[in-house]
Design a protein around this ligand. Structure first.
Ligand SMILES: Cc1cc2nc3c(=O)[nH]c(=O)nc-3n(C[C@H](O)[C@H](O)[C@H](O)COP(=O)(O)OP(=O)(O)OC[C@H]3O[C@@H](n4cnc5c(N)ncnc54)[C@H](O)[C@@H]3O)c2cc1C
Length: 341
């Protein structure tokens, strides 16, 4: 704690103009509308400031947590008073590169990216226009929908690696994308700063039409009128989480303010006043029931940030509040050092 307090003080001094919120309610930064206060939430306006914050944190043997749009996260009601979060919301550079590929910083929303591609007559990101996350969060989990995944369009990703504080450019292959995972989700310690997308030329009206069609499908099937974090569980091989949950009679099942959506059983929604414990208990019940009745083990897709909750043992890792234990040389072997900060 003392280390964190010192780091916050140094960050304030190093970046006096930056927004640095203290004890900020995480519910306002989560699509679930759930979460107590975080000790500090930094909102840097450029990549250099992100690197400065990370350097100060590293000097104190701490690692920040990176927040995109908060659309795939469950924050604890108790808050995260031992954490500093860096929000990417101001990393908004988005432009065409001379070779026709698209450069986007981590905080660009996937809908803005998809619209930009459409306006420039580039196809391949129509599926992403309705996903409410950012480029950073999307690369982290290899977001996808309707048969498309970000990996299909990504050429490379630039990240800051916390253990050695250097920037690396990873090719698509080096990003090791898989179904709802990537090198970044399996190796904590990378801050995704930007990505380059390689797209195909296409007809602007056709691209817009496809985006409209997919978004209409989304509106018809998903409970977009209630706070949620998207699909609660990953798709088990050869099956659908929503179908299994419905088959077990759990559609509409609720714990406190958390409910298995009546519109789409794959979603857990906040019907009003849900706590993180409600969501967690509901997800546990769903997982146990589905396992008992069908033998299929559902892995959470939502990233749960609560050290004392156990669900993540079988799902995504919780962030460490210390510098990653990865071998710092691992990155150097994998990618190309761009710049030492
Ligand atoms: C209504 C709704 C519909 C959805 N539909 C879909 C869908 O169709 N397909 C789909 O795949 N997902 C869907 N989602 C889930 C979510 O939008 C995606 O997973 C998205 O990629 C999350 O992005 P984010 O910016 O919100 O990430 P966050 O929720 O902010 O973060 C998620 C994880 O990514 C990490 N992260 C974020 N940015 C960075 C960065 N710059 N560097 C390193 N790590 C980072 C965070 O640390 C965290 O671990 C949906 C969610 C909702 C609420």
């Amino acid at each position: 704690m003392e280390q964190l307090e010192q780091a916050i003080q140094e960050i304030r001094q190093a970046l006096p103009g930056m927004t640095l919120l203290e004890h900020e309610a995480l519910a306002s930064h989560s699509s679930f509308r759930i979460g107590g206060p975080v000790r500090a939430l930094a909102i840097p306006s450029d990549v250099t400031s992100v690197a400065k914050i990370c350097r100060i944190m590293k000097d104190h043997e701490l690692a920040p947590f990176i927040l995109g749009n908060g659309t795939n996260l469950l924050f604890p009601d108790e808050g995260l008073e031992e954490l500093l979060i860096i929000s990417t919301e101001k990393l908004q550079k988005l432009f065409l590169l001379p070779d026709g590929s698209v450069y986007a910083e981590a905080g660009v929303s996937l809908s803005k990216l998809a619209s930009f591609a459409q306006q420039n007559g580039l196809k391949g990101l129509e599926f992403a226009s309705g996903i409410p996350g950012t480029v950073g969060g999307g690369c982290f989990i290899n977001a996808g929908a309707y048969g498309g995944e970000l990996k299909d369009a990504i050429e490379s990703v630039v990240c800051l690696y916390l253990p050695d504080q250097a920037m690396y450019e990873l090719t698509k292959d080096e990003c090791a994308f898989g179904y709802r995972r990537s090198y970044f989700s399996t190796h904590p310690g990378c801050v995704i700063l930007s990505a380059v997308f390689r797209l195909e030329p296409g007809d602007k009206d056709e691209i817009a039409g496809k985006m409209r069609e997919l978004n209409e499908k989304r509106r018809a099937k998903q409970p977009l009128d209630l706070p949620s974090a998207g699909s609660a569980f990953k798709r088990p091989e050869g099956n659908f989480a929503g179908a299994l949950i419905e088959q077990c009679g759990l559609k509409g099942y609720s714990v406190g303010g958390a409910q298995v959506s009546e519109k789409h059983a794959g979603f857990v929604v906040n019907t009003g006043g849900a706590t993180s414990h409600d969501v967690y208990d509901l997800m546990m019940h769903v997982r146990n029931t589905v396992y008992k009745e069908t033998g299929v083990f559902l892995e959470p897709e939502i990233i749960i940030l609560a050290p004392d909750y156990k669900l993540e043992d079988h799902g995504p890792k919780i962030p460490r509040n210390r510098v990653s234990v990865n071998d710092p040389n691992e990155m150097e072997e994998k990618g190309r050092v761009k710049r030492e900060e």
